[in-house]
Design a protein around this ligand. Sequence first.
Ligand code: AVI
Length: 359
Amino acid sequence: MQSTSQFNQAQFNQAQSNQAQLDHARLRWMTLGASEPSADDGSEIIQGLSQTPKTLPCRYFYDDLGSALFEKICDLPEYYPTRTEQGLLETYAAEVAALTGSCELVELGSGSSRKTRLILDAYSQLDDHLQYCPIDVSAGILKITALDLLDQYPTLRLCGLAGTYEQALAKLPRTTPKNRMLIFLGSTLGNLNDAECHNFLDLIQTALQPGEFFLLGVDLQKPAAILEAAYNDAQGVTAAFNLNILTHLNRRFQGNFDLSKFEHWAFYRADAAAGLSQIEMHLRSLQAQTVSLEALNFEVALEAGETLRTEISRKFHLPTLTEMLENHAIAPLKTWTDPKSWFALLLCQRQCTPGVDCP
Ligand code: AVI
């Protein structure tokens, strides 16, 4: 997922009114891709709804309400990933910093700054002039985080990049001779399919020089009952989050999805032969219906019981993940897991590629 992170409407409004403060002396700001064709032109939606099985891009979860619902999910008793990763960072962030030494920190999908602060605190011990570059598609959210962090860390220099990972990684300025560390937490890697994952790791490989670092948080394979509970919480927050994608599409593309005609469905698909180990979230059509998205001049017919897949959330097997990273010249230096081995934090280092960036 391209995280739009976890903020509510009030914080978003505050960010808008904080616009004037953006000329802060320690802040550099870049809005990327304003002149490029929008990734939000609806073509991916038409494509997803025209294929079998039908799919929707999971980034449409994250309008303001979706982001607030995701924040709630992170605190649910059944949703263990956020608190488990946070525990790993509380315990090991200082060790990560000691292993890499002082670095320029670049966070992809900067998300809630709760986890970021643990990393900044650890690197502040090594460096009086920390440089932190958060990247997020939501400029409003990024501004809130930026101004908040600049307040809290009096010597921090911050470089906010509002845009997609692709845009930001391609244009990331080198402003310091320090090593770079790219940070990608929350197991958002799991929301990418194989091809997307491959493209994403290509970008990481290109954005790092040999010897530089990649800090990655991933959710691991575990019994189906634990996984399915995490995506079918008792309070129904995940169901509301899933259904909200339809509200977002209705607003964004003048659609007429009727939420009462869909139900949330999440299950774990483990198929060793197909190399699949993933939670799938779907919306099941409760009756035969035709839905239109007027702004896209598009109609889709759904059968009773047919589903729209809204998200995959892959659950990783560490040796397989290591192989995939190594295929992109990114080698894990050290991996930490929690006592139940539910979640992993990997500190990786960019290797040189013979013939490309080393002899
Ligand atoms: C953002 N992403 C890593 C979450 C996940 O677990 O795949 C999104 C989510 N979907 C349902 N609950 C949480």
